[in-house]
Write a protein that binds this ligand. Structure first.
Ligand code: OGA
Ligand code: MN
Length: 268
């Protein structure tokens, strides 16, 4: 049976004794689901997975869908390549080697991604760590006045690649409630959140910066140091993540899958 070992940090748990290349039992799937609800991020080490294996695993947790960003034609459209590697002068994947600041995946869509999965094929010798913020804890630690001020506020999220955005500006609650745990969490990050609806621009900027500095505090953040064969799965609803840059001379190759739940529009 799988064993769930919490990291002891702000969030996250390692799940041992599960080979994700095999069909999983209902009990094993439920254990992973519960661990994800409890710890927001779960990871599995030393996995050897085909693309079919990764897609089948991801499908246990909802509908696996193609990423909105265009990528070269691949056999399995559900697999999105996150990599800085170039072949024949062209990148084979997205996101390069630069720093990525805190965001929740696909928050610029009306129905953002729920669960994301990254499987590590090649990792750099230095840099490229991914950090997750526990946005439940970040919200809960706000003082009551600020919690009251945030009530009912909504923020516009937009991708910096304009062609990934829907035509309309999408806004979501600044504080969202998780549909399964019922817990509230902060849902803004400086990478994709542009402004708070209805506030003067300077006030919106100041509030977003304040919330972002708050969420950045070490007690809310956990760092994953990648090894080849790691599969990390996270719930985007109560978390944000960022990535450290890494040297352009290093190779990093991740395969990513993504779950959407059609009925999951963020609610207050
Ligand atoms: C992503 C992402 C971080 C990383 O795929 O959504 O943010 O560590 N990746 O590559
Ligand atoms: Mn991301």
């Amino acid at each position: 049976m799988p064993t769930v070992i919490p990291t002891g940090g702000a969030l996250g748990a390692e799940i041992k004794n599960l080979d994700l290349s095999q069909l999983l039992s209902g009990d094993a799937i439920r254990t992973v689901q519960q661990a994800l609800l409890d710890h927001c991020v779960v990871f599995f080490r030393n996995q050897t997975l085909t693309e079919e294996n990764q897609i089948r695993f991801t499908n246990y947790f909802g509908q696996t869908v193609e990423h909105v960003r265009k990528q070269p034609d691949r056999q399995h459209k559900e697999i999105f390549i996150v990599s800085n590697i170039e072949e024949n002068g062209a990148p084979i994947g997205a996101l390069g080697n630069r720093e990525l600041t805190f965001h929740s995946d696909l928050s610029y869509l009306k129905r953002p991604g729920t669960i994301s999965v990254l499987y590590a094929i090649e990792v750099p010798r230095t840099g490229g760590e991914t950090q997750w913020c526990n946005c439940y804890k970040a919200y809960e630690a706000l003082d009551n006045d600020l919690k009251t001020r945030l009530k009912g506020l909504r923020a516009v999220h937009r991708h910096y690649n304009e062609d990934q955005n829907p035509p309309e500006h999408i806004d979501h609650p600044v504080v969202r409630t998780h549909p399964e745990t019922g817990r509230q969490s902060l849902y803004v990050g400086r990478h994709l959140t542009k402004y708070i609806v209805g506030l003067p621009p300077s006030e919106s900027e100041a509030l977003l910066n304040q919330l972002s500095e708050h969420a950045d505090r070490p007690e809310f953040v956990w760092t994953h140091h990648w090894q080849v064969g790691d599969l990390v799965m996270w719930d985007n609803r109560p978390t944000m993540h960022r990535r450290e840059p890494f040297p352009p001379t290093e190779r990093r190759l991740m395969k990513r899958t993504q779950v959407f739940n059609a009925d999951d529009i963020p609610f207050e």
